[in-house]
Write a new protein. Structure first.
Length: 288
């Protein structure tokens, strides 16, 4: 079977995008396990499919590298919207996108026919412990002390459809040399998180600047993560550490995040097409 794909990066997450409007994909979970595998030449944080939608302009389906389907990723949402526009499916600059977590709105900034920036609404953050979920008797998992390996962190958990645990480091620490793998793996497999979690290590620099590094479950460190950036801002604001409009600095590049007064989180930043290609596999391998 031949599958056409596009590799895109959105100041952080690096995904493989499949146009499932113009080509038929029978078993996306199996395909995601192959095409998203970091040991395969394509390599990615996961796979995103653009599908037809009745209520919205298009439907976004996102798959983790293990083949499981996720609800949301802010960077995937932005890149998918740019790809939908660049593929000629629309000339509109304000798009609605159907996701498992609900319908989201994305605004494209277009100059001379090129999408140069993308503003995405990714919805309301979820704090309820039963919905994140975490193993706690508390209603919310906010500002907990969490013992990880040989040290204790100030930790919170939050979800935008994909759960994140935010752990705060002192701003005086060197986040660049911080042993992300050691503590990321320890948190990911921590008994407090029975269904695993993405791990966002954050430093609040001042009222409007946060620095993060992201450990993605089952993947390792990423260049960044849109929902990880948003999780860091929301939690830090909730704890009185920063304002509602924050620039988040990550290895893949900065993202602007706003948690508005209606409790909707918005993120703004560019996205780029890395390359396009074809993936071949035996069709029998894709039988569900």
């Amino acid at each position: 079977m031949k599958v056409l794909f596009t590799k895109m990066q959105a100041f952080g997450n690096d995904y493989v995008y499949i146009d499932a409007i113009s080509q038929k994909i029978d078993a996306p979970g199996n395909l995601a396990r192959r095409i998203s595998d970091r040991h395969f030449g394509v390599g990615s944080d996961g796979m995103v499919m653009l599908c037809p939608s009745e209520p919205c302009d298009f439907r976004m389906r996102i798959f983790n590298p293990d083949g499981s389907e996720a609800e949301m990723c802010g960077n995937a949402l932005r890149s998918a919207s740019k790809l939908y526009y660049c593929s000629g499916y629309t000339k509109k600059e304000l798009l609605t996108v159907e996701t498992l977590g609900g319908c989201q709105t994305v605004e494209l900034l277009v100059k001379n026919g090129q999408v140069v920036n993308i503003h995405a609404q990714i919805g309301k953050p979820e704090f309820l412990a039963k919905k994140i979920p975490v193993d706690t008797q508390e209603e919310f998992f906010l500002d907990q002390r969490l013992r990880v390996a040989d040290r204790e962190f100030r930790a919170s958990s939050i979800s935008f459809g994909n759960p994140h645990t935010v752990l705060f480091l002192d701003a005086r620490e060197d986040l660049g040399t911080f042993d992300l793998e050691k503590y990321g793996k320890s948190v990911e497999s921590h008994p407090c998180f029975p269904q695993q979690t993405n791990v966002t290590f954050a430093q609040v620099l001042d009222d409007s600047h946060i620095r993060i590094r992201e450990w993605e479950r089952n993947c390792g460190e990423t260049l960044g993560c849109g929902t990880g950036c948003c999780a860091a801002v929301v939690v830090a604001n909730r704890l009185g550490l920063c304002g509602r409009r924050v620039e988040v600095r990550q290895p893949g590049g900065p993202l602007d995040v706003e948690w508005d007064q209606a409790d909707i989180v918005h993120m703004t930043g560019p996205s780029q097409i890395v390359f396009r290609g074809e993936y071949y596999d035996d069709i029998e391998e894709f039988t569900e």
